[in-house]
Structure formats: structure tokens, C-alpha cells
Design a protein around this ligand. Sequence first.
Ligand code: C5P
Length: 221
Amino acid sequence: RETLPLTGKKIIVTAGGTREPIDPVRFIGNRSSGKMGIAIARAAKRAGADVCLIYGSISVALPKGIRLIHAETTEKMLSAVQEEFPKADALIMAAAVADWRLKKVADQKIKKSMDQANLDLSLVKTPDILKTVSKNKRKDQLVIGFAAETNDLLKNAQRKLKEKGADYIIANNVSTDSFGSDEDKIFILGQGKPVFELPRMKKTKVADKIVNLLQKSLFIR
Ligand code: C5P
């Protein structure tokens, strides 16, 4: 059998958006399509890796020949990641994780009455998967996160790299790029490394670049 660059490596990729239920029929969600994460999962598989894709809400087809785990909410995604990560060499958190969940999910559909103009929803913070996993990872494991920002992209991405403790943060500007698009322009920020800017390209090409980064980093540790 042919040996590929990532043969024997176990890679977890998260993709899509998590959803937080309000009641049995409603949820809080986001515009993530899952395209970037799925492209990364495919690219890692082409490079020979044993890939596990943990996905939330997506608007594109799921890849074939890849182990799939569905996780609707942030808490469920955290459990799935924590279950899989000990066996993995790397985690790529491309999912747009909901930062807030309902303090109390209604058991029944919330009814609207004619005389009621407002509905107040009380939200609480969800756990930060990237931060939790980065903090507890082994030295031989690699963690890559994303930063999707509408303003002060590099400043916010730099702060995320520091606060979350991931090995790399892939930064992109969501006011002009990304959500639902087939193209992306990214910056790669690594601990103690100069910022690396890539030109705008197809998400499938961006995925190859990220897999390249993975290969290099996994084999120089
Ligand atoms: O803090 P922010 O959501 O901008 O950080 C983005 C990165 O953190 C992404 O890689 C995302 O998957 C991850 N994240 C997470 N858990 C959260 C929120 C974000 O793992 N609760």
C-alpha cells in the first residue's frame, strides 16, 4: 500500500454550526455552511489520514468514507471532541460553535399571545471547546482553531491564539469572506511565529494549505 504524508495519523475535524434549542421547535444558530471543515476533512483523507468529522448544522453534502459524528449543541460537540481527542494526533476546530445557550430550554413550544410584544431570552455561556482541549492536550498533539472576525481581524486572532492556547489560529474576515462562500482569504498565526498571509483562494485549496501545515507541524515535534 502506498504511504501518504498523513498515513497513520488520526485527525479530528469539526465543521458547521452548533444550535442551541429555545423550545422543541426553535433554536439559536449561525450561518456556518460547514464548507471549510468538510474541505479540510476531505483534504486530510486524501493525504492518508484517518479522519473523524464531528459536524453540527451544515448546508452542504457530507463527505463519503469518513467517520461521522453529529453534534447538535456546543455541549454535545464538546463531549464528542473529548471522547475522540485522546486517540487523535490533531484537532482542527473549524466549527462555528454557539457561544451562548438558553438558561432554560422550554419543554413545550413557547406560545405567542396577542398582547405580548416582547420575549426575553436569558442566555448563559457555553463551554469553550478549543480552550478546554488546548489546555489539556499532550505535547505530541496539535490543535488548530479558527478566528472569524468582522473587524480588527489580526488583533482579535492574536488575542485568541494567546487566550485559547491553540498551536495555530486560522484567521479570516467574515464581513467580506467565508460564510457560505467557495473562497476564503486566510492568515495563519502560530505560537511564536510571524503571521503568514495567504492570497484569496478556493476553500478546497485553503484546506490543502491547512493540511500542509498539519503535516509539517506533526512531523517536526
Ligand atoms: O472565540 P471564538 O468563537 O471567536 O473562537 C473561534 C474558535 O474557537 C473556533 O476554532 C471555534 O471552533 C472555537 N470555539 C470553541 N468553543 C466555543 C467557541 C468557539 O471551540 N464555545
